[in-house]
Write a protein of this length. Structure first.
Lengths: 589, 143
């Protein structure tokens, strides 16, 4: 049982809290501990997840963005590079071919060129050509009938061969062009070679000077203009067949990876070759019906990026991991600290609650001791007096009357002590004896009428009643309720010096039955306000007060699940409000 | 022997207690033993008596309404520091009483009081008072 509770003074506690709160309860505390622990677990989880997401997500997004940008830029620069290489090579090839054509022209138009050359003359011509460039393999002169009438080179059987059916010759004559370059073909010695021919009309007759060239020289030219080994160049004809190619990639006249469409400038095509994504820059030559393909595997073009990406990914992961670990441990440490603090706080609270309980008990004990010791002191002093009466040295009156008088004093003191113990017992009662529906207004009137006859006598105390007619009855021991009103009213009367008013109001407040007892007495100082419900706290001197009245009242009201509120202004008076929960529902109402 | 005792103990004692019955019963016991007993029902009345009719020893109840015992003690010492004060306490807590002894009360007694014990304490207190007075006198005559 708790006889005193500071919360009785507090106005703002919700009703259900007032009734359910305990000072200290082991099970309650366990539940509380569990709840606090859960709260901290949740907090820790939330913080860790939140921070990790908050840190990792932007990081990952940023990394992805930079990766995309980097890839894009690298690709663009790779394409640009390929296009430049293709353009340069195309120019070199065209220049080379033009030079070779020029060589043939110069030879055909040179003064003294014999239209019916001898073998020696042809050999001379071949020597002249190879002096210009060692790519010339042979040379032949074709008369207007299409027959090769002069030849010098490694295949003398070609002398006298009729070329009138060959496509390149037909094209040369038909298209009104002055020179032509044929596709590569396998020559008589199974070597790739291509033919270059120029025509000129001598006295109305068209003569064609043809020469065979070694495509290897073109290949060497391509190789010499490539920067870096990752770029590969090849020439294909309109059918997509290789004309000049790296021997590792393919053979001449094999089909190339793709037939480029006809374009003026350098274009880019992307295609999988041998399951490798490859960039191809292509362009058509001016002097030959060939397209230049400059290829580079995408992986090579982006190899720089792969390394950068690897570094980026690895560092991102390791930094993220590091941060995750730091975040995890920091938060765990913080929440553990907080948890420990909360634990300490709770322990402190429990200790405080326990201490206040002990203090309450101590106060009770001290009060009991004082109240019991006073009558005991009277008994002992009076028995001393009686003893003195029988001491002949003192020569006192020891008549029966005198003796009886002293014994009555002893009896009275003993009765007083008994009264205190009885009151203590009443306060300590926790049983719930016969309860009945009590009409509050009736109880108030009964108490007031009784007090008017006894306690209020000798003072000009006016009692004003403002009783609400339809109050629900309260299921309780009516005598106990009367005791509550009585104790508070007696105090109210005591607070009034000579003349004053006590106002009693009943009504419903917050769904509870409210009984307000207001007096115009001297009021309670703030320092006492907190102690008025303490057992044995009294400001009435001597045997006038036991200091139990209000604490008994509080105990009874608390037992009914109610509360007593106090408001007091020194010099103006005090107002006690008793709030009782309605606990009886009459079926008739 | 009786005469001797009476002769020795003939001095004035002030008994302060708010409990009238106890006060009077104790006073009667002291009076038959030769003391001149003044009584007061509270601190204020006690201080008036100390000023108008100074006693040798004061028996002072600690728990009183109005002026508290410890306040009364301080006030008495202010009026006359030579008066010896014995505290009477109904409380089982002796902390307060010990605290007051440090401040200069002669001793304390727990209620209910044994009359013999009370007599010894009063006499001891009186003896100390006389000793201090004598010392002060000789101190003042031989500067």
């Amino acid at each position: 049982m708790r006889v005193w509770d500071m919360r009785l003074l507090q106005d703002d506690l919700p009703a259900e809290k007032r009734r359910s709160e305990h000072l200290y309860d082991y099970a309650d505390s366990e539940e509380n501990r569990r709840r606090v622990n859960q709260h901290f677990d949740k907090l820790q989880r939330g913080l860790i997840i939140g921070l990790i997401i908050g840190f990792l997500l932007p990081n990952a997004l940023l990394a992805a963005y930079f990766h995309y940008q980097f890839t894009h830029t690298l690709r663009s620069s790779a394409i640009l590079n390929l296009q430049t290489v293709a353009d340069n090579q195309k120019n070199s090839l065209d220049l080379y071919l033009r030079e070779r054509i020029g060589n043939l022209y110069n030879l055909l138009l040179s003064p003294g060129f014999a239209l019916a050359p001898t073998k020696a003359a042809m050999n001379d011509y071949l020597r002249i050509l190879t002096n210009f460039h060692d790519g010339f393999i042979d040379v032949g002169l074709i008369n207007p009938k299409g027959v090769q009438i002069g030849y010098a080179g490694a295949s003398p059987e070609l002398l006298g061969k009729d070329y009138s059916d060959t496509p390149w010759l037909q094209q040369l004559l038909k298209e009104d062009k002055h020179h032509i370059v044929s596709d590569s073909y396998l020559g008589s010695r199974q070597n790739a070679e291509f033919t270059m021919a120029v025509r000129h009309t001598f006295a109305g007759k068209v003569y064609v000077l043809r020469a065979t060239l070694d495509p290897d020289k073109l290949y060497m030219l391509l190789r010499s203009t490539v920067h870096g080994g990752s770029v590969e160049s090849a020439l294909v004809n309109a059918n997509g067949q290789y004309q000049v190619v790296d021997p590792k990639t393919g053979n001449a006249t094999d089909r190339g990876p793709f037939v480029p469409p006809l374009t003026q400038s350098v274009a880019i095509h992307e295609q999988d070759i041998d399951e490798t994504s490859t960039l191809i820059a292509y362009t058509w030559l001016k002097e030959a019906p060939w397209a230049l393909l400059v290829t580079q595997p995408l992986s090579v073009a982006q190899s720089g990026m792969h390394q950068a990406r690897l570094i980026l990914t690895v560092s991102l992961i390791s930094i993220s991991l590091l941060f995750c670990i730091i975040i995890f441990f920091t938060i765990r440490k913080l929440t553990n600290d907080a948890r420990r603090m909360a634990d300490k706080g709770r322990q402190l609270q429990e200790m405080l609650a326990h201490a206040s309980k002990l203090a309450s008990i101590g106060e009770l004990a001290a009060g009991v001791a004082h109240e019991i010791n006073n009558p005991l002191a009277i008994i002992m002093a009076t028995s001393g007096v009686i003893r003195d009466m029988f001491n002949p040295a003192f020569d006192l009156d020891n008549s029966t009357e005198a003796l009886y008088k002293e014994l009555t004093v002893i009896d009275n003191a003993a009765t007083r002590a008994k009264g205190i113990t009885k009151k203590l017992q009443e306060m300590g009662k926790t049983r719930m004896p016969q309860t009945e529906p009590c009409e509050i207004n009736t109880q108030v009137e009964t108490v007031v009428n009784r007090l008017k006859k006894v306690e209020f006598k000798g003072k000009a105390i006016e009692v004003e009643l403002a009783l609400s007619p339809d109050l629900p009855p309260i299921l309780a021991e009516c005598e106990r309720l009367r005791q509550v009103f009585n104790n508070i009213l007696v105090n109210a009367a005591d607070a009034i010096q000579d003349k004053g008013v006590i106002t009693i109001t009943t009504g419903i407040q917050d769904g509870m039955v409210a009984i307000t007892i207001a007096d115009t007495g001297r009021g309670i100082p703030q320092k006492n306000l907190e102690r008025i419900f303490h057992p044995f706290f009294t400001t009435k001197g001597g045997s006038l007060g036991t200091g139990l009245g209000l604490s008994i009242a509080a105990s009874i009201v608390k037992h009914l699940g109610g509360v007593i509120k106090v408001n007091s202004v020194v010099g103006k008076g005090s107002t006690f409000t008793i709030l009782l929960p309605t606990n009886f529902y009459c079926p008739l109402h | 022997m009786q005469n001797n005792m009476e002769k020795q103990t003939k001095f004035k004692v002030l008994l302060v207690d708010d409990e009238e019955i106890f006060r009077e019963a104790t006073a009667r016991q002291l009076r038959v033993r030769g003391f001149t007993v003044l009584t007061a029902d509270g601190g204020e009345a006690a201080l008036e008596l100390v000023q108008s009719d100074p006693p040798e020893v004061v028996l002072l109840d600690q728990e009183m309404p109005g002026m508290h015992g410890s306040e009364t003690f301080a006030a008495i010492k202010e009026i006359n520091p030579l008066i010896e004060v014995i505290m009477l306490t109904g409380n089982t807590s002796v902390d307060n009483a010990l605290e007051l002894m440090k401040l200069g009360t002669f001793d304390y007694l727990m209620k209910p009081v044994n009359i013999e014990e009370l007599l010894y304490k009063i006499e001891d207190a009186h003896a100390r008072k006389q000793l201090i007075e004598r010392r002060q006198r000789s101190g003042s005559t031989t500067p």
